[in-house]
Write a protein that binds this ligand. Structure first.
Ligand SMILES: NC(=O)c1ccc[n+]([C@@H]2O[C@H](COP(=O)([O-])OP(=O)(O)OC[C@H]3O[C@@H](n4cnc5c(N)ncnc54)[C@H](OP(=O)(O)O)[C@@H]3O)[C@@H](O)[C@H]2O)c1
Length: 301
């Protein structure tokens, strides 16, 4: 669906995010014309997912189809792909990359050849293209302008956020690793924490499917309370109540089981130590010194 007056868009990277963003932009009237990937079969399938007329091409061919490129490849490959695009016969006008931990410096080679560049990181988890299409609208996006500052790439990034009815968060380039570490903790580490809970439920005799179902209301209410009232107000449980005997019983049970993975044991202890920090903000005068000692025994730090 090429449109007159709007410069064509190419997607570099035929994975989960490239497909989801491609489809969302296409559905909102944006001229997504081509997608590039490493594997021709996967790239063809990705093109078909976005829209029937989208062309599957190589990275080197992408600039001959699109003046604006959204780079959606793994963090370590951004510079490599920027190099291929920068050395293609046809120059591109602008590029955004979707990596969270890097700023637009990863696109320096394109910038040095006159392209406007910026970073546009969706603060959302995309496990499949279809789930990304459902969940990316309304999300926040971490934006970092390139060396050219308030340029056309920044305007394009803001335009994408507006099209997806999201919120733009401006992140300084040097703060992106911290910003991305926060995203990892809020997403990937919650997933790992749920997995650890399922492991312990399994050791308590509750099978995986039943455990996931049983934990659902607890997880959802904890997340909702934390986001609505803030983590300090949302905190409940034995550490908040300074219930030392309960924490001691948990640790005893965890240490007694050879089958409990060491990572789960350590996670319980380390997350417990940060929970003490949150509990202290709520009730600074309550003594949790013994609980802290119990949790610190056996930590690998
Ligand atoms: N998924 C998320 O939740 C999410 C959220 C926010 C931001 N992001 C960011 O979006 C970017 C892409 O993530 P993704 O989850 O969409 O990854 P993905 O599903 O693994 O897809 C990555 C794509 O890049 C290609 N690729 C891998 N290594 C490459 C290389 N060295 N050179 C060229 N192409 C290469 C892959 O090709 P093959 O198919 O041949 O492997 C694939 O098409 C990352 O920077 C990530 O940080 C992802």
């Amino acid at each position: 669906m090429e449109q007159t007056g709007i410069s064509p868009i190419g997607i570099a990277g035929a994975g989960r995010l490239g497909q989801a963003l491609g489809r969302l932009l296409q559905d909102r009237g944006q001229p997504v014309v081509a997608i590039a990937g490493r594997d021709p079969r996967r790239t063809r399938a990705a093109a078909a997912f976005i829209y029937k007329d989208v062309l599957p091409v190589s990275f080197a061919d992408l600039p001959s189809h699109a003046a604006r490129v959204l780079i959606c490849v793994p963090d370590d490959a951004v510079e490599e792909v920027a190099h291929i695009l920068a050395t293609a016969p046809k120059a591109i006008d602008m590029a955004l990359h979707t990596c969270g931990s890097r700023g637009p410096e990863a696109l320096a080679e394109l910038e040095s050849r006159g392209a406007f560049c910026a970073s546009l990181h969706p603060l959302q988890t995309v496990a499949t293209p279809a789930q990304g299409v459902a969940d990316l609208p309304g999300s926040s996006f971490g934006i970092t302008p390139g060396g050219t500052g308030e340029g056309a790439a920044l305007d394009w990034a803001v335009e994408i956020v507006r099209l997806l009815k999201g919120q733009a968060l401006t992140i300084a380039a040097e703060n992106r690793p911290l910003y991305h570490a926060a995203a990892v903790m809020a997403s990937n580490y919650i997933v790992a924490m749920i997995d650890a809970a399922v492991v312990l439920m399994g050791l308590a005799g509750v099978e995986r499917e039943a455990a996931l179902q049983a934990l659902g209301p607890l997880v959802r209410a904890s997340v909702e309370n934390s986001l609505r009232a803030g983590p300090v107000q949302a905190l409940t449980g034995p550490i908040e109540r300074a219930d030392e005997r309960t924490v001691a019983a948990h640790l005893l049970a965890l240490d007694a089981l050879d089958s409990a993975p060491e990572t789960v044991r350590q996670l319980y202890r380390q997350a417990g130590l940060h929970t003490i920090e949150v509990a202290r903000r709520k009730a600074p005068l309550v003594d949790r010194g013994n609980i802290e000692l119990l949790l610190r025994q056996g930590t690998s730090s």
